[in-house]
Design a protein. Structure first.
Ligand SMILES: Nc1nc2c(ncn2[C@@H]2O[C@H](COP(=O)(O)OP(=O)(O)OP(=O)(O)O)[C@@H](O)[C@H]2O)c(=O)[nH]1
Length: 203
Protein backbone atom coordinates (compact mmCIF):
# COMPACT_ATOMS: atom_id res chain seq x y z
CA UNK A 1 0.00 0.00 0.00
CA UNK A 2 1.47 3.36 -0.91
CA UNK A 3 1.72 6.18 1.62
CA UNK A 4 -1.24 8.01 0.12
CA UNK A 5 -3.47 5.02 -0.21
CA UNK A 6 -6.10 6.08 2.30
CA UNK A 7 -9.08 8.41 2.47
CA UNK A 8 -8.64 9.56 6.05
CA UNK A 9 -5.77 9.71 8.52
CA UNK A 10 -6.45 10.08 12.23
CA UNK A 11 -4.22 10.23 15.26
CA UNK A 12 -5.47 8.45 18.36
CA UNK A 13 -3.63 8.68 21.70
CA UNK A 14 -4.20 6.32 24.64
CA UNK A 15 -3.75 7.74 28.12
CA UNK A 16 -4.49 6.62 31.68
CA UNK A 17 -2.78 5.21 34.77
CA UNK A 18 0.02 2.68 34.55
CA UNK A 19 -1.11 -0.92 34.27
CA UNK A 20 -4.70 -0.30 33.13
CA UNK A 21 -4.06 -2.14 29.84
CA UNK A 22 -3.38 0.57 27.22
CA UNK A 23 -0.62 -1.40 25.51
CA UNK A 24 -2.70 -4.59 25.54
CA UNK A 25 -5.66 -2.79 23.93
CA UNK A 26 -3.42 -1.47 21.17
CA UNK A 27 -1.73 -4.82 20.59
CA UNK A 28 -5.08 -6.60 20.55
CA UNK A 29 -6.44 -4.21 17.94
CA UNK A 30 -3.37 -3.85 15.73
CA UNK A 31 -1.94 -7.37 16.00
CA UNK A 32 -4.84 -9.48 17.27
CA UNK A 33 -2.92 -10.77 20.27
CA UNK A 34 -2.76 -10.47 24.05
CA UNK A 35 0.93 -10.18 24.88
CA UNK A 36 2.13 -12.34 27.77
CA UNK A 37 4.05 -10.50 30.49
CA UNK A 38 3.59 -7.05 28.99
CA UNK A 39 6.18 -4.67 30.49
CA UNK A 40 5.49 -1.02 31.28
CA UNK A 41 5.65 1.37 28.32
CA UNK A 42 8.68 3.63 28.32
CA UNK A 43 7.72 7.05 26.96
CA UNK A 44 5.53 6.51 23.92
CA UNK A 45 4.93 3.69 21.42
CA UNK A 46 3.44 4.02 18.00
CA UNK A 47 1.44 1.65 15.78
CA UNK A 48 -0.52 1.98 12.58
CA UNK A 49 -3.56 0.13 11.40
CA UNK A 50 -5.59 0.81 8.30
CA UNK A 51 -9.23 -0.17 8.45
CA UNK A 52 -11.93 -0.09 5.81
CA UNK A 53 -15.33 1.34 6.63
CA UNK A 54 -18.03 1.49 3.99
CA UNK A 55 -15.47 1.26 1.20
CA UNK A 56 -13.17 3.96 2.56
CA UNK A 57 -9.67 3.40 3.89
CA UNK A 58 -8.99 4.95 7.25
CA UNK A 59 -5.43 5.02 8.46
CA UNK A 60 -5.22 5.10 12.25
CA UNK A 61 -2.00 6.26 13.89
CA UNK A 62 -2.22 4.93 17.40
CA UNK A 63 0.04 6.34 20.10
CA UNK A 64 0.36 4.33 23.30
CA UNK A 65 1.69 6.47 26.14
CA UNK A 66 3.34 5.43 29.40
CA UNK A 67 1.05 5.77 32.40
CA UNK A 68 3.86 6.23 34.89
CA UNK A 69 4.08 9.72 36.34
CA UNK A 70 7.77 10.11 35.50
CA UNK A 71 7.00 10.08 31.75
CA UNK A 72 4.23 12.67 31.97
CA UNK A 73 6.20 15.53 30.41
CA UNK A 74 7.04 13.37 27.37
CA UNK A 75 3.53 12.04 26.91
CA UNK A 76 1.87 15.47 27.25
CA UNK A 77 3.57 16.63 24.08
CA UNK A 78 1.63 14.00 22.11
CA UNK A 79 -1.81 15.30 23.10
CA UNK A 80 -1.82 18.42 20.98
CA UNK A 81 -2.16 16.87 17.54
CA UNK A 82 -4.46 14.03 18.63
CA UNK A 83 -7.83 13.78 16.88
CA UNK A 84 -9.04 11.42 19.59
CA UNK A 85 -8.01 10.35 23.06
CA UNK A 86 -8.81 7.02 24.64
CA UNK A 87 -8.78 7.64 28.39
CA UNK A 88 -8.45 4.22 29.99
CA UNK A 89 -8.94 2.97 33.54
CA UNK A 90 -9.10 -0.51 35.03
CA UNK A 91 -12.53 -1.59 36.34
CA UNK A 92 -10.77 -3.69 39.02
CA UNK A 93 -8.77 -0.71 40.29
CA UNK A 94 -10.66 2.07 42.06
CA UNK A 95 -7.50 4.17 42.15
CA UNK A 96 -7.29 4.25 38.34
CA UNK A 97 -10.89 5.56 38.27
CA UNK A 98 -10.26 8.16 40.97
CA UNK A 99 -7.39 9.57 38.92
CA UNK A 100 -9.68 10.37 35.97
CA UNK A 101 -10.29 14.02 36.95
CA UNK A 102 -6.53 14.50 37.00
CA UNK A 103 -6.32 13.07 33.46
CA UNK A 104 -9.14 15.34 32.34
CA UNK A 105 -7.17 18.33 33.59
CA UNK A 106 -4.22 17.16 31.48
CA UNK A 107 -6.52 16.91 28.46
CA UNK A 108 -7.93 20.35 29.11
CA UNK A 109 -4.46 21.77 29.35
CA UNK A 110 -2.64 19.99 26.53
CA UNK A 111 -5.13 18.66 23.98
CA UNK A 112 -6.87 20.40 21.11
CA UNK A 113 -10.29 21.66 22.21
CA UNK A 114 -11.93 19.72 19.35
CA UNK A 115 -10.51 16.39 20.48
CA UNK A 116 -12.92 13.48 20.87
CA UNK A 117 -12.43 11.64 24.15
CA UNK A 118 -13.63 8.12 24.87
CA UNK A 119 -13.59 6.72 28.39
CA UNK A 120 -12.72 3.04 28.48
CA UNK A 121 -13.12 0.69 31.45
CA UNK A 122 -10.80 -2.23 30.68
CA UNK A 123 -10.40 -5.77 32.13
CA UNK A 124 -14.09 -6.75 32.20
CA UNK A 125 -12.99 -10.40 32.05
CA UNK A 126 -12.11 -9.91 35.75
CA UNK A 127 -15.76 -9.31 36.68
CA UNK A 128 -15.40 -10.87 40.14
CA UNK A 129 -12.76 -8.28 41.02
CA UNK A 130 -14.72 -5.29 39.75
CA UNK A 131 -14.39 -2.17 41.96
CA UNK A 132 -16.08 0.40 39.71
CA UNK A 133 -19.66 -0.24 38.58
CA UNK A 134 -20.67 0.35 35.00
CA UNK A 135 -23.37 2.76 36.14
CA UNK A 136 -20.93 4.91 38.09
CA UNK A 137 -18.56 5.09 35.15
CA UNK A 138 -21.38 5.88 32.72
CA UNK A 139 -22.60 8.69 34.96
CA UNK A 140 -19.13 10.13 35.23
CA UNK A 141 -18.60 9.93 31.46
CA UNK A 142 -21.97 11.63 30.94
CA UNK A 143 -21.02 14.59 33.10
CA UNK A 144 -17.83 15.04 31.07
CA UNK A 145 -19.38 14.62 27.62
CA UNK A 146 -17.40 11.47 26.92
CA UNK A 147 -18.47 8.21 25.34
CA UNK A 148 -18.06 5.20 27.59
CA UNK A 149 -17.20 1.65 26.66
CA UNK A 150 -16.08 -1.39 28.66
CA UNK A 151 -13.49 -3.69 27.15
CA UNK A 152 -11.33 -6.71 27.72
CA UNK A 153 -8.03 -6.68 25.84
CA UNK A 154 -7.55 -10.22 27.10
CA UNK A 155 -10.82 -11.65 25.77
CA UNK A 156 -11.01 -9.21 22.89
CA UNK A 157 -14.38 -7.84 24.07
CA UNK A 158 -15.35 -4.53 22.46
CA UNK A 159 -11.81 -3.75 21.29
CA UNK A 160 -12.62 -3.67 17.56
CA UNK A 161 -15.79 -1.80 18.38
CA UNK A 162 -13.86 0.81 20.34
CA UNK A 163 -11.53 1.69 17.48
CA UNK A 164 -14.05 1.29 14.66
CA UNK A 165 -16.74 3.38 16.34
CA UNK A 166 -14.13 6.00 17.03
CA UNK A 167 -13.02 5.97 13.40
CA UNK A 168 -16.65 6.42 12.31
CA UNK A 169 -17.08 9.33 14.64
CA UNK A 170 -13.88 10.94 13.41
CA UNK A 171 -15.01 10.58 9.80
CA UNK A 172 -18.32 12.11 10.62
CA UNK A 173 -16.60 15.08 12.35
CA UNK A 174 -14.20 15.50 9.44
CA UNK A 175 -17.13 15.58 7.02
CA UNK A 176 -18.98 18.13 9.07
CA UNK A 177 -15.91 20.35 9.09
CA UNK A 178 -15.56 19.90 5.34
CA UNK A 179 -19.20 20.87 4.95
CA UNK A 180 -18.69 24.00 7.04
CA UNK A 181 -15.64 24.90 4.95
CA UNK A 182 -17.57 24.32 1.74
CA UNK A 183 -20.37 26.56 2.89
CA UNK A 184 -17.82 29.20 3.88
CA UNK A 185 -16.15 29.27 0.49
CA UNK A 186 -19.56 28.80 -1.23
CA UNK A 187 -18.20 28.51 -4.75
CA UNK A 188 -21.00 27.40 -7.05
CA UNK A 189 -20.62 23.93 -8.44
CA UNK A 190 -17.91 22.96 -6.00
CA UNK A 191 -20.15 21.59 -3.28
CA UNK A 192 -19.25 18.04 -2.50
CA UNK A 193 -22.06 15.71 -1.69
CA UNK A 194 -21.71 14.66 1.89
CA UNK A 195 -23.04 11.44 3.29
CA UNK A 196 -23.27 11.19 7.03
CA UNK A 197 -22.33 7.83 8.34
CA UNK A 198 -24.59 6.33 10.87
CA UNK A 199 -22.33 3.73 12.34
CA UNK A 200 -21.30 5.20 15.64
CA UNK A 201 -22.77 3.12 18.39
CA UNK A 202 -21.16 4.32 21.55
CA UNK A 203 -24.37 4.65 23.49
N1 LIG B 1 -7.24 -9.81 32.90
C1 LIG B 1 -6.83 -8.82 32.10
N2 LIG B 1 -5.58 -8.32 32.22
C2 LIG B 1 -5.22 -7.32 31.39
C3 LIG B 1 -6.08 -6.78 30.40
N3 LIG B 1 -5.43 -5.80 29.75
C4 LIG B 1 -4.19 -5.73 30.29
N4 LIG B 1 -4.06 -6.64 31.27
C5 LIG B 1 -2.87 -6.88 32.12
O1 LIG B 1 -2.59 -5.69 32.83
C6 LIG B 1 -1.19 -5.47 32.92
C7 LIG B 1 -0.83 -4.09 32.36
O2 LIG B 1 -1.13 -4.05 30.97
P1 LIG B 1 -0.46 -2.97 30.00
O3 LIG B 1 -1.13 -3.08 28.69
O4 LIG B 1 1.03 -3.07 30.03
O5 LIG B 1 -0.86 -1.62 30.75
P2 LIG B 1 -0.51 -0.12 30.35
O6 LIG B 1 -1.69 0.70 30.66
O7 LIG B 1 0.00 -0.07 28.94
O8 LIG B 1 0.68 0.22 31.36
P3 LIG B 1 1.85 1.36 31.21
O9 LIG B 1 2.57 1.05 29.95
O10 LIG B 1 2.71 1.21 32.42
O11 LIG B 1 1.16 2.68 31.20
C8 LIG B 1 -0.52 -6.62 32.19
O12 LIG B 1 -0.15 -7.61 33.13
C9 LIG B 1 -1.63 -7.16 31.28
O13 LIG B 1 -1.47 -8.54 31.03
C10 LIG B 1 -7.41 -7.33 30.30
O14 LIG B 1 -8.26 -6.94 29.49
N5 LIG B 1 -7.73 -8.35 31.18
Amino acid sequence: MSMEDYDFLFKIVLIGNAGVGKTCLVRRFTQGLFPPGQGATIGVDFMIKTVEIKGEKIKLQIWDTAGQERFRSITQSYYRSANALILTYDITCEESFRCLPEWLREIEQYANSEVITVLVGNKIDLAERREVSQQRAEEFAGTQNMYYLETSAKESDNVEKLFLDLACRLISEARQNALVNNVDSSLPGEGKSITYLNCCNFN
